[in-house]
Design a protein around this ligand. Structure first.
Ligand code: ADP
Length: 402
């Protein structure tokens, strides 16, 4: 399959975890500037316990809401062939599946763009697993499973790290001995597909601002911020792992590394216990002891909930200022992802810390999640809904052999 063979067909986009798979289907669309348009999307959750398929068409029509006990052999790779059958049964007969694009968390220093996966490349990507042990093996297991079921289907890996690969050493190393930096212990950054989507959107919709200095706050269950200049990543808050930077639903964000030494020595904590603590028990959930979900916290009068939300907002505000140092100032601020797109209260609290740098939010616009929420005379502040899936679909199409 090459680009010149393709004029009609469908693309599968997969984001595979340990017990769930999110999928989106796009069709080639010569009319659309990007060459693809969405058809339907869904997710398989609870794989191994109670596999459940939900899917909707682009127009919002329910396509599936069914339990898959009989098809669930306990793992994502074993259920994927069934998902593929379901997807193909729901595609119009004249739209064959022609390729699959995957979200792959780590491309290390090797990949600054997506790559068409071959068996050799898959092996190389497996060698990056120690850099992202919780996600990389799951992402790659899906590629392997699909290759077994459909060896003819070209598959493309799109990396969360790739967009940040152009950063200078100044913003991508740690103050560690050079011998450790040379072993790859450096800042990679994540959420790159989201930042790339925002950069591209701005280039299309607000080209002058896109050339400037823009902090993008990707505030979802996982959260990070990046400062872009002329659409390129200059510095980002997440680093070697997805733990650094601002607090998240269940991750603490940056903490004093001395705390980890203390936990190892005084509480006898090993790597696994520490991993569980840092990935699952901290952040909004840790502080509030109520929930990791901002929807349960921002208007909850419990002081623990309010402390968690204030901690989150103050650290995001601090991060915005800190990133703007790298670009010598700021021309726009963008909010995106679940919290950034929908939680007016959080945006208001964050901007409350930033009036002194000229960021002021218009309450009425903010309350309705308007595209531009800044007051007249403020530094422009936007809400731009992110779309990592369409970014993967566009990349996948481009990465097919010419
Ligand atoms: P993920 O990182 O899993 O892709 P999302 O970008 O979908 O996450 O964001 C999910 C998070 O967004 C939820 O955990 C929740 O905290 C937050 N969220 C979504 N909608 C709202 C809302 N209306 N108000 C406040 N927070 C929200």
């Amino acid at each position: 399959m090459t680009q010149s063979d393709i004029n009609k067909g469908a693309l599968l986009v997969l984001n595979s975890g340990s017990s769930s798979v999110k999928f989106s289907i796009f069709q080639l669309d010569a009319e659309s500037a990007e060459g693809v348009s969405p058809l339907f999307a869904g997710q398989l959750t609870g794989i191994g316990t109670d596999a459940h398929l939900k899917a909707k068409s682009e127009a919002g029509e329910k396509l599936a809401d069914e339990h898959w006990a009989a098809k669930d052999e306990g793992t994502v790779p074993s259920i994927l062939p069934h998902l593929l059958v379901w997807i193909e049964a729901n595609l119009p007969a004249d739209l064959p599946l022609i390729t699959a694009g995957h979200r792959v968390v780590h491309g290390s220093e090797v990949y600054d763009k997506p790559v068409l996966v071959t068996p050799q490349i898959l092996k190389q990507l497996e060698s990056f697993s120690p850099l992202a042990p919780l996600h990389q093996p799951q992402n790659l297991a899906a590629i392997e499973a699909l290759a077994k079921t459909r060896p003819d289907l070209p598959q493309v890996a799109c990396f969360d790290t790739a967009f940040h690969q152009g950063q200078s050493d100044l913003y991508s190393i740690y103050a560690l001995p050079k011998r450790l930096t040379d072993k790859g212990i450096r800042s990679y950054g994540f959420h790159g597909l989201s930042y790339e989507y925002i950069a591209h959107f701005m280039q299309q919709e607000m080209p002058d601002l896109a050339k400037g200095r823009v902090v993008v706050a990707h505030l979802g269950n996982g959260a990070s911020l990046s400062v872009l200049q002329d659409g390129k990543s200059i510095e980002t808050s997440m680093g070697f792992s997805a733990l650094e930077g601002v607090p998240m639903g269940t991750r603490p964000g940056s903490i004093d590394p001395g705390i980890l030494l203390h936990l190892m020595r005084e509480y006898d904590m090993g790597a696994e216990e520490m991993e569980k603590l840092l990935y699952r028990e901290c952040g909004l959930l840790g502080i509030s002891e109520i929930s990791n979900d901002m929807r349960d916290l921002y208007d909850n009068p419990d002081p623990r909930a309010q402390l968690a939300v204030d901690y989150f907002c103050s650290r995001v505000a601090k991060q915005i200022v800190s990133l703007a140092v790298a670009t010598g100032g700021l021309d726009a601020l963008v909010f995106t992802a679940g919290i950034g797109e929908y939680c007016a209260d959080v945006r208001k609290r964050i901007s409350g810390y930033l009036n002194w740098i000229g960021i002021r939010i218009d309450a009425a616009r903010n309350d309705v999640n308007a595209p531009q929420i800044s007051e007249e005379g403020s530094l422009p502040v936007f809400i731009i809904p992110t779309d990592e899936e369409i970014m993967i679909a566009r990349h996948t199409l481009k990465a097919l052999p010419a």
